[in-house]
Write a protein that binds this ligand. Structure first.
Ligand SMILES: Nc1ncnc2c1ncn2[C@@H]1O[C@H](COP(=O)(O)OP(=O)(O)OP(=O)(O)O)[C@@H](O)[C@H]1O
Ligand SMILES: [Mg+2]
Length: 466
């Protein structure tokens, strides 16, 4: 059974307190009463209170002074102020002092219950987000890597164990799963942390340039080599080199890389003087290297040199329990970055993130939350905002990204239909500049039905106004 929520009611009229107590107890609340603000402060010291209901007019310490006092003491309990009918200026003052809301006498109990439940929901939400934040800060974070899933916890342990060895590491994982972040964590937790961490994107350069990038060149080694240049391996001496997209290294460079790994020596292009370095090698790829080997695209001997220790980073869809933590983490990160007054992301918004397959993994989630933070107008990231940010960017072929593997047929079908619906409606709204009547007519859909679908997908006509 859920523990009862405790309400503290403060009023100088014993009769009012009696009625309140009876009504609220009947609704399943535990009720504590006080005849004035001073007595209330005493109780607040001793009891765990979830919501305060206070009369505005009281002897000793009135409702307003009580609010001011609570604020001074940093007490953050939602408070409802009861004012006499027609004294709206009191209400305004109370709200300025942080009261959640006010009600006027005579009290309408249905309204009071509604307000009470809203208060409690907010408190629960605050507590939940607080808990998630603490989790992010403690157990579930390692060198900026967030993850509470079993798989991520295993990776944290592995990183710790590996950091102080010189073992060569190969990190496997789909795009956006955090391979680079892990490589950095290993370096910055190792004894090499004060030495360089050098990243080379092996997929970004054509063959000849990649060799010169890795090993450097002497002046005149090739047309355009006007100056001697040291390579990334030399730059990384005593530190770590991170060979990103290692699966894309062309065969001739593979041979040279193999030699560095075996003998720790190489020559700059255009030189025959051997250079010796002490470099730890971490590489990463999202390619299946075994497959590349069987196709003759990747050298097997190099593979075994790189593949001494393997870290498999699971895609986000296989560790969705990390999603709420990541969502809270990115919300905070970007709220700070863009100086926006956004405190939380609503549970509904987080829920809607669960309905997506995240082919772009954590990077994609990060981008969605970043966009949401930018466009959010309230203090919390709402579900509707997330829906907008999940919309395919213009001209993007959304279906191409839709992944079915591991999804039961029924679920995949519903997902796809949902996406189709959202896509279809979005396109029509775009075309008609947000005029629902015209969009619904073209779809040959009933106006009401069209609006209902817009609501379901968090679409607003205002987003389509030219
Ligand atoms: N577990 C995590 N916790 C917090 N942030 C993460 C996590 N994993 C990834 N990120 C963030 O997601 C983004 C992508 O991560 P990263 O660049 O490390 O991925 P990657 O696997 O190297 O991707 P690619 O294969 O596309 O290069 C970065 O901004 C990174 O900070
Ligand atoms: Mg990367």
């Amino acid at each position: 059974m859920k523990p009862k929520n405790t309400i503290l009611v403060i009023d100088d009229e014993p009769a009012t307190l009696k009625v309140m107590e009876a009504n609220l107890s009947r609704e399943g609340f535990s009720v504590i009463t006080a005849l004035d603000g001073a007595a209330a402060l005493d109780l607040l010291d001793k009891e765990r209170i979830d919501v305060i209901i206070a009369d505005y007019m009281m002897p000793n310490l009135d409702g307003l002074s009580l609010l001011a006092r609570l604020r001074e003491q940093g007490v953050d309990i939602p408070t409802i102020i009861i004012t006499a009918h027609g004294s709206i200026e009191h209400a305004v003052k109370a709200m300025q002092l942080g009261a959640l809301t006010y009600l006027t006498k005579p009290i309408n109990y249905d309204e009071l219950l509604l307000v009470l439940n809203r208060c409690l929901e907010q408190t629960a939400l605050k507590q939940e987000i607080h808990r998630l934040r603490q989790e992010v800060e403690s157990r579930y974070s390692f060198s900026n890597i967030i993850g509470k899933s079993h798989k991520m916890q295993e990776i944290f342990e592995l990183i710790e164990d590996l950091a102080n060895t010189d073992a060569t590491i190969l990190i496997y994982g789909e795009t956006g799963t955090g391979k680079e972040l892990i490589a950095k964590a290993i370096h910055y937790n190792s004894t090499r942390r004060d030495k360089p961490f050098v990243r080379v994107n092996c997929a970004a350069l054509p063959e000849n340039l990649l060799e010169s990038e890795l090993f450097g060149h002497e002046r005149g080694a090739f047309t355009g080599a006007i100056k001697t240049r040291i390579g990334r391996f030399e730059e990384a001496d005593s530190g770590t080199i991170f060979l990103d997209e290692v699966g894309d290294i062309p065969p001739s460079t593979q041979a040279k890389l193999l030699r560095v790994l075996q003998e720790k020596t190489f020559e700059r292009l255009g030189s025959n003087q051997s250079i010796q370095v002490d470099v730890r090698v971490i590489s990463a790829t999202n390619k299946d290297l075994q497959d590349a080997i069987s196709k003759g695209e990747f050298r097997e001997d190099l593979f075994y040199r790189l593949n001494v220790v393997v870290i498999q980073v699971p895609p986000l869809r296989e560790r969705m329990e990390d999603l709420p933590l990541l969502a809270v983490h990115f919300t905070r990160l970007y709220a700070e970055k863009f100086k926006k007054d956004i405190e939380t992301i609503t549970p509904e918004a987080i829920q809607s993130l669960f309905n997506y397959r995240w082919p772009g993994n954590i990077r994609e989630l990060e981008n969605v939350i970043e966009r949401a933070v930018i466009i959010e107008k309230s203090k919390r990231i709402e579900e509707a905002t997330i829906q907008k940010c999940l919309l395919p960017k213009k001209n993007e072929k959304e279906f191409r990204y839709f992944v079915y593997d591991g999804v039961p047929f029924k679920k995949a079908k519903t997902d796809l239909l949902n996406r189709f619906e959202r896509d279809y409606i979005t396109r029509l709204l775009e075309k008609h500049g947000g005029r629902i009547v015209d969009a619904a007519r073209e779809a040959q859909m009933d106006y009401k039905n069209f609006c209902e679908k817009m609501r379901r997908h968090g679409l607003s006509k205002w987003d389509f106004k030219a």
